[in-house]
Write a protein that binds this ligand. Structure first.
Ligand code: NAP
Length: 527
């Protein structure tokens, strides 16, 4: 692609896929050169002129569809590099649909943030129980107003959507309210109005997926669960991933009877096996009913407004106030106009991208959950920033998906970074495994039976720590610091050389000296 705008730089891929920098001179002469060949001075000059807007053949240098985490971050970084940027987003609503969404996206409006607020709210229940052991008079648990919590949560997400709008505004990113649809590779339509653009970034995220079973319309998803008018006393949650396990903890702590239905044999597929087993024990101990290999075949409406779950054809009906499905999320690509430009997707609608988040259409990029790489907010931020750098800062940047830490805000929470034992065994061949399970100091007199579990996975050959996992209080906070060391390539000897902070749970990570076991991959004998 070339541009007629004077002094504007455009990045394209050469035949070998390496980015090319094109610079249009005053006389309209176009010179192509490898980005790596561009000297610092030229780079600064070009960057200064990048996307100065207004005089070109396009309305925008970048048009982003979706103002969630990846879209906002990518847009504002692009604008900070001098690009003229617009972002289309639907009007605000707590529940997302084809016609409603809101600036901030899933994480801010109906995901991470409101979920964590509900986690905080629910955790007081345990604190009320724990305090007796520390000499506080025994007292009846105070009443909780679900309606008041939801109102506070809604006020907060309204505040946050306002902040996100201001971030766009302060960075001179134009917000266009409405549904963005790609008309051709340089045109986006928003509710009947068309805009031209040099590049498009799709950042439309995902929507809850509910399998097609009879009674599907009766169930709620995480969007609804975060905005229920009344706290259910008894709830069925279907699924065993992040969302299912987190909401099971929230409703359980608020006093609901919670039954988890899932098709696999353990919760949290993809996590370390010992973490899965340990968390199952802990949540079962708290009263969450864990039912593996059991999923509803039908959901029925009761006369009293309750919903019935049937788990085998012709089987008994079990009644609940709500049935929540947390069976994954599907990429939000409906009515996006991908077919108009031939952007390739998988059968599930996931947009296929290369290492630079570029689709098969060279000027169209996609970031975040719509690309189904690692579906986490900080990853979408990284991907959005990388696109902005690649396009507008003369720095072709691949997002780095290795050693991304994550947490499940279950109760107790899970923190993890790097490889599970099984993955590490497959990749590295021989491992030293260090584990520790203990009763946290607080629980020695709180009366709580909750325990913590920690695990370090070490590649025997290099001594590098390649996986760290924890189930227990503060594990998410602890893991963020550990993740820096793991990402930097710390060895077990480095961990051992670090002096602990006493008395904390975290110090256990630098004091585990005894190898729990050594494991080696069984080699298939050569034929
Ligand atoms: P998830 O973690 O992928 O879990 C989906 C669950 O639904 C799994 O238990 C899966 O079973 C089950 N499932 C999928 N299709 C099913 C079907 N047709 N019938 C029955 N069960 C089915 O997805 P999620 O919990 O919905 O979360 C969505 C995404 O949001 C995740 O990718 C996660 O990364 C992100 N998220 C992150 C956080 C966090 O960072 N704390 C919190 C919430 C969400 P199998 O395991 O057998 O496939």
């Amino acid at each position: 692609m070339t541009t007629t705008r004077r002094g504007t730089k455009v990045l394209n891929l050469g035949k070998d896929g390496a980015p090319l920098l094109r610079r249009t001179g005053l006389l309209g002469m176009v010179r192509s050169l490898r980005v790596s060949e561009v000297g610092g001075r030229a780079r600064a000059l070009v960057a200064a002129k990048a996307g100065n807007g207004g005089e070109g053949e396009y309305d925008y240098d970048l048009f982003t569809i979706g103002a969630g985490s990846g879209g906002v971050r990518g847009s504002r970084f692009a604008a900070s590099y001098g690009a003229k940027v617009a972002v289309a987003e639907l009007p605000f609503a707590t529940k997302a649909s084809l016609t409603e969404g809101g600036v901030g996206g899933t994480c801010v409006l109906r995901g991470c943030v409101p979920k964590k607020l509900l986690v905080y709210g629910s955790e007081f229940a345990q604190e009320f129980e724990d305090c007796n052991g520390f000499g506080w008079d025994k007292f009846d648990k105070p009443n909780h107003s679900w309606a008041s919590l939801i109102e506070s949560k809604n006020n907060e997400i309204q505040r946050l959507t306002g902040i996100y709008k201001r971030i766009l505004d302060n960075n001179k990113v134009e917000l266009i309210e409405g549904r963005g649809k790609i008309v051709d590779k340089n045109t986006v339509e928003v509710d009947g109005k068309t805009f031209t653009c040099k590049n498009i970034m799709i950042a439309t995220g995902g929507l809850p997926f509910v399998p097609n079973i009879p009674g599907k319309d009766l169930v709620i998803t995480s969007d609804d669960a975060l905005d229920l008018p009344v706290m259910p006393k008894k709830i069925a949650i279907v699924g065993a991933g992040f969302i299912a396990v987190e909401f099971a903890g929230i409703f359980n702590s608020f006093g609901a009877d919670v039954k988890l239905f899932f098709r696999g044999d353990k919760i949290l597929r993809g996590f370390d096996e010992e973490v899965r087993d340990f968390l199952t024990e802990q949540i079962s101990e708290k009263g969450i009913e864990v039912t593996p290999k059991t999923v509803p075949v039908e959901v029925v409406q009761g006369e009293d407004g309750r919903k019935g779950v049937v788990t085998s054809a012709g089987g008994d009906v079990e009644w609940f106030d709500e049935v929540m499905y947390a069976t994954g999320r599907a990429p939000n690509v409906e009515e996006l106009g991908l077919e108009n430009v031939g952007v390739e997707t998988t059968d599930r609608g996931v947009i296929k991208v290369d290492d630079y988040s570029r689709t098969n259409v060279p000027n169209i990029f996609a970031v975040g959950d719509v690309t189904d790489r690692i579906n986490l907010t900080p990853v979408a931020l990284m991907e959005g920033m990388a696109v902005a750098k690649t396009l507008f800062n003369d720095t072709p940047t691949k997002p780095d998906h290795e050693y991304v830490a994550s947490a499940v805000f279950s109760q107790p929470p899970v923190g993890t970074v790097g490889y599970t034992e099984d993955e590490a065994l497959e990749k590295f061949g021989t491992l030293k495994i260090f584990t520790s399970s203990f009763r946290p100091l607080k629980n020695t007199i709180s009366g709580s039976t909750e325990r913590s579990f920690m695990k370090i996975v070490v590649d025997s050959a290099s001594d590098r720590v390649v996986g760290v996992h924890m189930v227990g209080q503060d594990s998410a906070e602890i893991m963020q610091g550990i993740a820096i060391a793991v990402k930097m390539g710390a060895t077990k000897a480095d961990f051992d050389a670090c002096v602990g902070i006493h008395p904390t749970a975290a110090e256990e990570f630098v004091t585990m000296r005894d190898v729990t076991r050594e494991v080696a991959k069984e080699l298939t004998p050569a034929a």
